[in-house]
Every structure is written in structure tokens, then in C-alpha cells.
Ligand binder design. Structure first.
Ligand code: HAM
Length: 419
């Protein structure tokens, strides 16, 4: 039997209401902050991600689905959206139309990671990107949007973590300090961290190896060595979060796994989903547009993992979705009336009533059971003596009340059912 590829997941009809609920919050909340939806292709030229995310990152180094297409072009299924949004922003000169562009998206992403709970190879993100302003108001705004979406879904066990990486030059100074600090301890580091010492020393902070973390305890702290501008911006972000009553932790080790970050970084963590606990992550990336060939344009954004969020909702039992129900179930008292039932159903369906009837030649009793299973609000009986005299019996399932309506009196039934 052919099965779905490891790390991919079918989203079955029973799960769709949760997805729809989440998507509707994403739409309304981003729209209320004037973010506009953007959709980009599923695959891009590989060099976009290599240049955008960084050659030395885990994503580019070992997780991308990259292949040569038939013309020999190296293409990659998008592992994240920021580089694609920036590519579209540059390609369509969106910065020339208006100075500040705010985008949001919902899209599948692809990373060849080791699958586990909350970690997939095809997963879905929603996110937002604001391009064109260095104002830390936007950093705070995006954290607030992410938090608002998560709490709208009923999530409570959330921790907002923030940090600042400073501007490029101050971070480079800090990297030198960190290398100096680790120089004579390098031999004690794990293999991965030793590699990162040369390629991306900040990422050593992400190490899950306890002895690495022990060594880092004495390391100089980035926040103590960053530039004044970044410090002031960070203060403003913190002030806004305090005024917005969003509690947060400062995590000096929050360096994030993508190379494009400058200044603010943040994540929102759930206490209810196990080890893959980051529901969303983001930060400022003031150099990325320029790096990808556009004119210098600051940016900030975040992305959130939908599967992880829905897992957190399940574990917190936070999403109360109303039971499905249908407006009307048509019961045939006589199997010969199937075509008539079809015709009547069609009339009501044209009016957007949610209508079903039996396609399986079931007994009247079985049809009634089906109507109950589907939580039908009304049942319409076709057949019997009433039908011979041109009438149908309509039953309100909540009250048990029944009334006769004329066969062709569609509008009366519609009025009754719509109330
Ligand atoms: P990221 O931290 O790589 O950032 O991913 C954001 C979120 O996507 C994670 O917090 C997680 O919830 C979800 N996620 C990542 N990988 C997986 C996976 N394999 N399976 C399930 N969920 C996953 C970014 O992607 C940046 N583009 C965020 C950003 C936007 N920064 C600025 N703008």
C-alpha cells in the first residue's frame, strides 16, 4: 500500500474546522493591523534561500528539498517565507508604490528534518512581514499580533521570549569576543558546536548538549555589548509590551537559526507541546532586502507553525468548536421518490441551505438515524398521503413541532429554516 511520505500529514475533514478557525483569526487580526495577504510560489531558485537564510544555517546546510528541474535549474521547495516575500517585494518594486508594506501569509513549507511530534517535513506557517521602517513599534506590533492570534485560539500556557542581536557591526564585535572566550575551551565543545565555532559561533547558544551550555554560562552576554541604537529600540519594544500587558522574558541566548536577523528577535513558546515548543519565531532583518539585490529597506516579521499551534490547542483543550449540523435532511418515505428528493434538495441548496438526503436506498428508520447523526435542525418528509395531496411534512428537530407545507412553497420553508 502506498502511504504518505514520512513527515507529511493528511489534514482530514474532521480537522478542517480547527484549521478554518485558526485561518479566520489570522485573516481578521492581520487585516485589523492593515497587513495585506501575499501568496508566493511553492518553489524558488535555490540561490534565493542560500543567500537569504545563510549558507551555514541548518536549513540551507541540511534541510532543504532541492533538485534540478528538467532544464537543469536548481530549485528548492520553500523552507520559509521571508526570503520569498522579500524576492517578490524587490521583483515588483513594491517599495516604490508605498514606503511601508505590511504583508501576511498562510502557506505550506518544506524542511527535511527528523520528524517527531510538532516537527514535520511539510508543515504550514502563517506569518507577517513589515518592510520599509526601522521603527521598533513594528517589532512590538508583530509580537502583539502573534500573541493575539494565539490567545484568540484560547491558548494560555505561553511564554514570550525576546532578545536583541544589535546591528551588524556590534554583533561582529561580539562574535569576536565569544570566539576569544571559547578559544581555549574549544576542545571541550560538542562536535556540532566546534564546527559552529568557525562557521556561526552564535548558534552554539542553540546547542542542546548540557556540557556546551555549562561552558556558555560564563560567556560574555550579547545584550551587554550591543550598540546604543539597538539598546534604545529594545527598550521601546519592552515598554510597549508592558503597556500592552504582554509579559515576556528576556532570553540573551535567543539567536535564532536564520542568519538574516538584526536587533530584535523573539519567540513564543508553549508549555504544552513537548520539545518542539516554539509556536512562532521572528525578528528584525534590516539588511536582507539589500542582500537579495534590492535597495536598502529595513524589515521585521515572524512566522508561526500551524500544526504545532493546533497541537497546543488540542493539549490545552482550548478550541471549542461547535458541533457540525445541517439545516435540513430530506427523508423519502418511498424509494421511488429519490429523483424528487434530489430536485427538492437542489432548490434549497440553490438558496445556500445546507441540505442532505439519502443516496443509499436506506430504510426510513435508517434515514432518520442519519438525520440525527448529522444533527439536522429540520427534517422534511417526502411521501405518504400528504405528498399525494401536494404537501410535505416539516419537522423541527429541536421542538418536535411538525407542520405541512405546500410542495412548491420553497420560500416558506426557507424562512422557517433560516430563523
Ligand atoms: P522559524 O523559527 O524557522 O522562522 O519557523 C517559524 C515557526 O515555524 C517555528 O516556530 C515553528 O512553529 C514552525 N516550524 C519550523 N519548522 C517546523 C517543522 N519542521 N515542523 C513544524 N513546524 C515548524 C522562520 O521560518 C522565519 N521565516 C520567521 C521570520 C519571519 N522571521 C522574520 N520574518
Amino acid at each position: 500500500m502506498i502511504k504518505a511520505i514520512t513527515g507529511t500529514k493528511d489534514i482530514l475533514p474532521s480537522e478542517i474546522p480547527g484549521w478554518k478557525r485558526l485561518e479566520s483569526f489570522v485573516n481578521t487580526i492581520f487585516t485589523s493591523f492593515n497587513y495585506k495577504e501575499i501568496r508566493t510560489p511553492i518553489f524558488e531558485e535555490t540561490s534565493l534561500f542560500a543567500r537569504g537564510i545563510g549558507e551555514e544555517t541548518d536549513i540551507v546546510g541540511k534541510e532543504m528539498y532541492t533538485f534540478a528541474d528538467r532544464s537543469g535549474t536548481s530549485v528548492t521547495l520553500k523552507p520559509e517565507m521571508t526570503a520569498s516575500v522579500v524576492r517578490a517585494f524587490i521583483e515588483h518594486s513594491l517599495g516604490k508604490r508605498q514606503p511601508l508594506n505590511k504583508f501576511f501569509y498562510i502557506s505550506p513549507m518544506f524542511r527535511q528534518e527528523r520528524p517527531q511530534a510538532g516537527r514535520l517535513r511539510q508543515f504550514h506557517q502563517f506569518g507577517g512581514e513589515a518592510l520599509g521602517s526601522t521603527s521598533p513599534l513594528l517589532d512590538a506590533e508583530l509580537i502583539i499580533i502573534a500573541f493575539q492570534i494565539l490567545t484568540s485560539l484560547g491558548l494560555r500556557d505561553l511564554t514570550v521570549k525576546i532578545n536583541t542581536l544589535g546591528v551588524h557591526s556590534s554583533r561582529e564585535n561580539y562574535k569576536r569576543m565569544l570566539r576569544d572566550f571559547l578559544k581555549d575551551k574549544k576542545y571541550m565543545l560538542s562536535d556540532d558546536s566546534r564546527k559552529r565555532y568557525d562557521t556561526n559561533v552564535l548558534r552554539i547558544f542553540d546547542s542542546k548538549v548540557e556540557s556546551d551550555q555549562e561552558i556558555l554560562k560564563e560567556a560574555p552576554i550579547l545584550i551587554d555589548h550591543i550598540d546604543e541604537e539597538s539598546k534604545n529600540d529594545f527598550e521601546l519594544v519592552k515598554d510597549i509590551l508592558i503597556n500592552s500587558k504582554i509579559s515576556f522574558e528576556i532570553d540573551p541566548k535567543l539567536v535564532r537559526g536564520l542568519d538574516y536577523y538584526t536587533k530584535t528577535t523573539f519567540e513564543i513558546i508553549s508549555g504544552k507541546v513537548g520539545s518542539q515548543n516554539a509556536l512562532c519565531g521572528g525578528g528584525r532583518y534590516d539588511l536582507l532586502v539589500e542582500q537579495l539585490g534590492g535597495s536598502p529597506t529595513p524589515g521585521v516579521g515572524f512566522a508561526a507553525g500551524i500544526e504545532r499551534i493546533l497541537l497546543a490547542c488540542e493539549n490545552e483543550k482550548s478550541l471549542s468548536l461547535p458541533d457540525d449540523n445541517i439545516d435540513l435532511y430530506i427523508i423519502k418515505l418511498d424509494e421511488d421518490l429519490s429523483s424528487k428528493a434530489f430536485e427538492v434538495a437542489l432548490e434549497y441548496r440553490k438558496e445556500n441551505l445546507f441540505v442532505e438526503f439519502d443516496y443509499l436506498s436506506r430504510s426510513v428508520k435508517a434515514q432518520m438515524r442519519e438525520a440525527n447523526k448529522l444533527n439536522a435542525r429540520f427534517v422534511l418528509f417526502i411521501g405518504g398521503d400528504e405528498y399525494k395531496s401536494g404537501k410535505l411534512n416539516l419537522k423541527n428537530m429541536a421542538t418536535g413541532e411538525q407542520q405541512l407545507i405546500d410542495l412548491n412553497e420553497y420560500s416558506k420553508l426557507i424562512d422557517l429554516v433560516r430563523v
